[in-house]
Design a protein around this ligand. Structure first.
Ligand SMILES: C[S@@+](CC[C@H](N)C(=O)[O-])C[C@H]1O[C@@H](n2cnc3c(N)ncnc32)[C@H](O)[C@@H]1O
Length: 293
């Protein structure tokens, strides 16, 4: 067994990652501020046969295709864009989520919307040769990049499966110890259906981790964050991936995603118990966790 494989799940996470809680506030009970959306944009979720694609209202049946177009377009530049856009901090966010997962040797892990495989690569090492990881995504371009990367890294205990998070059709009930979705849920049209499917495929005693952009809790940064998101990101997208529209969608989709409390409520509605969340980098990102008892 290599030293790498013998590592236990004790990596330290930067203290700058998690925002301190106001005294007397339990983790998972933090107050959050809703974004001010541009005039005319309402975050009503899915209504009738319409939904939102960024700030655009689109037919529900069209969103999946539009999201697919974004990720087909960015797949090859996805990893470098992540590093540049987040100044590398997405690695710390992911490390924090992995530490919260409590993953152990021999376990079965499903990473949904796993794209280029950042999480699956670490889980592959953590579960070891007696465990199993499934890297799953709806998008073939993203999954191909992930598959090539993990095969090159020598991950032999990983399967690669095309699947829509809404149904998770290829997967049996009660079949995973851990289900994760990292920066994927906000792209899913029917998030309630996705949460119900995640619940279905988890074994009793299993846990779900959702790492996703969320609502910042620190108001003074909001102007800077807006400038960065709506002006700088599309410019970086244009320069690095020759695609400003996809990165405009990224900024808009973040604003339309349910805030920390709303998402926690959605998890509870799907049947998850003991749900809580941690804000990272002042709530720019949050990790939600829930259990199937
Ligand atoms: C921002 S990337 C995240 C990739 C990776 N999890 C990470 O953290 O770097 C979002 C991923 O969600 C996938 N996705 C979007 N809608 C999906 C759906 N309905 N079901 C499964 N995956 C979906 C996209 O194809 C894309 O790979």
């Amino acid at each position: 067994m290599s030293n790498e494989n013998q590592k236990t799940n004790t990596a330290k996470v930067s203290p700058f990652l998690t925002s301190p809680l106001p005294e007397g506030t339990e983790q998972g009970q933090q107050t959050t501020k809703q974004y001010n959306l541009p005039r005319g944009v309402k975050n009503t979720g899915n209504v009738g046969d319409t939904t939102h694609f960024g700030f655009e209202t689109v037919k529900t049946e069209d969103k999946e295709q539009k999201v697919a177009h974004v990720f087909h377009s960015v797949a090859k530049k996805y990893d470098i864009m992540n590093d540049v856009m987040s100044f590398g901090i997405h690695r710390l966010w992911k490390r924090f989520a992995i530490n919260m997962s409590g993953v152990r040797r021999g376990q079965r892990v499903l990473d949904i919307a796993g794209g280029t495989g950042d999480l699956a690569k670490v889980f592959s090492r953590e579960v070891g040769s007696t465990g199993h990881v499934v890297l799953s995504d709806i998008n073939e371009s993203m999954l191909n990049v992930g598959r090539d990367r993990l095969i090159d890294a020598g991950c032999t205990n990983v399967d690669f499966v095309l699947a829509n998070a809404e149904s998770l059709e290829p997967f049996e009930d009660n079949s995973f110890d851990l289900v994760t979705i990292s920066f994927g849920l906000r792209n899913v049209t029917d998030k309630d259906a996705a949460l119900a499917s995640m619940y279905r495929v988890l074994k009793p005693g299993g846990r779900l981790l959702i790492l996703e952009f969320s609502k910042p809790v620190f108001e003074p940064f909001s102007k800077l964050y807006d400038f960065y998101s709506f002006t700088a990101l599309p410019v970086m997208g244009k320069i690095i991936a020759n695609d400003s529209e996809s990165y405009k969608y990224l900024a808009e989709s973040i604003r339309m995603h349910p805030d920390q409390r709303t998402l926690k409520g959605m998890m509870e509605n799907a049947g998850f118990e003991n749900c809580d969340y941690n804000n990272l980098t002042g709530g720019i990102v949050a990790v939600h966790r829930g259990f199937k008892l």
